[in-house]
Ligand binder design. Structure first.
Ligand SMILES: Cc1cc2nc3c(=O)[nH]c(=O)nc-3n(C[C@H](O)[C@H](O)[C@H](O)COP(=O)(O)OP(=O)(O)OC[C@H]3O[C@@H](n4cnc5c(N)ncnc54)[C@H](O)[C@@H]3O)c2cc1C
Length: 293
């Protein structure tokens, strides 16, 4: 099947793109890498009147470090994140996660902004934004909004963006010297969307975690920043404590049943991921010996 007929515009500035979005409202769709939008249009799941191709808006590209803040433009492609030395140095969790996003051909076109705006609950990058405590920057004709990643994802393919707004950039605090990260997902094949996954960022002080943001994905209608992780802070973690925390995690999750996995399997995998992450972050193999799950 092919897409329904549509008009096409290629603005060269954010202001120009916003004028088009304001004029067409929800009859327009932003085109970034096209890796999710074009398949949806070709299947006629959506049929916009106007496609606003932001590929020529240079101000949306690039990676910059200023002081303690890493800024990534919305049009930055997955492959650019993967190869960036700034990302590897200041947000190594992202470098690790990107390698799990789809396959090289898709990573060559797909963009960070597109992935976040698309908000697939099984996608890796939205969860990384939660783990990294990102601020998502969106622009509309009335100005700019800065939205905490935790408030940005609202449900399956649903975000805080309105049809008249453009996601322009993301800001992340740079990793500190005592930072540690963990990324792991279960998928049928490398490059497939996850069945269950975890992106975590921690601050480690000797034997304890003084900060811990665990963002689970593919286990609910949006990425979830686990409250249960709070039980593991500022204390020497025992297998019993970890078991308690993973019990609390299972209560927090609301995973779906689908052809890939049952809800109970997803809950189990999330608990396995929690144990693996704590063991890896603290370099404590004893915590991943099986008893804690
Ligand atoms: C076979 C296949 C496998 C895939 N596997 C994975 C995977 O394992 N993990 C994963 O995370 N992703 C996967 N993807 C999706 C891929 O990562 C996409 O690149 C990504 O979801 C969308 O990015 P895009 O730049 O292509 O956005 P587009 O397809 O251009 O746009 C996606 C949506 O976001 C909106 N949008 C885009 N940019 C903006 C913006 N700046 N402001 C406002 N709205 C915007 C569009 O209007 C559209 O609704 C896969 C895709 C394919 C085709």
């Amino acid at each position: 099947m092919k897409a329904s007929a549509f008009s096409y515009a290629r603005p060269t500035s954010v202001m120009n793109a916003l004028e088009l979005l304001a004029a067409y409202g929800d009859k327009a769709k932003v085109l970034s890498g096209g890796q999710s939008l074009m398949p949806a249009m070709n299947l006629r799941l959506i049929s916009p009147e106007l496609v606003v191709d932001i590929g020529g808006v240079a101000e949306l590209r690039g990676i910059a470090v200023r002081g303690d803040v890493l800024t990534i433009g919305a049009l930055t492609r997955h492959v650019d994140l993967l190869k960036s030395s700034e990302i590897a140095a200041h947000a190594p969790l992202l470098t690790e996660a990107i390698a799990h996003v789809a396959h090289p051909a898709i990573r060559n076109k797909g963009t960070l902004g597109g992935s976040l705006a698309h908000a697939d609950p099984a996608a890796e990058l939205p969860a990384c934004m939660l783990a990294l405590n990102a601020t998502i920057i969106v622009s509309g004709q009335s100005g700019e909004r800065r939205i905490a990643a935790e408030d940005f994802f609202k449900g399956i393919y649903e975000t805080a963006l309105s049809a008249q707004e453009l996601l322009t950039a993301v800001e992340l605090p740079v990793a500190r010297t005592n930072s540690a990260h963990f990324f792991c997902e279960f998928a049928r094949r490398h490059g497939d969307y996850a069945i269950a996954g975890l992106a975590a960022q921690a601050a480690v002080d000797g034997e304890v975690l003084t900060g811990l943001r665990m963002a689970f994905f593919a286990v609910g209608d949006r990425p979830l920043l686990a409250k249960a992780a709070g039980r593991l802070l500022n204390i020497v973690i025992t297998p019993a404590l970890l078991s308690e925390a993973s019990g609390a995690l299972a209560e927090e999750l609301n995973p779906q049943d689908d052809q890939q996995a049952s809800a109970s399997m997803r809950r189990h995998l999330a608990k396995v991921l929690m144990a693996r992450s704590v063991s890896a972050l603290l370099r404590r193999p004893d915590l991943n010996a099986g008893g804690a799950v």
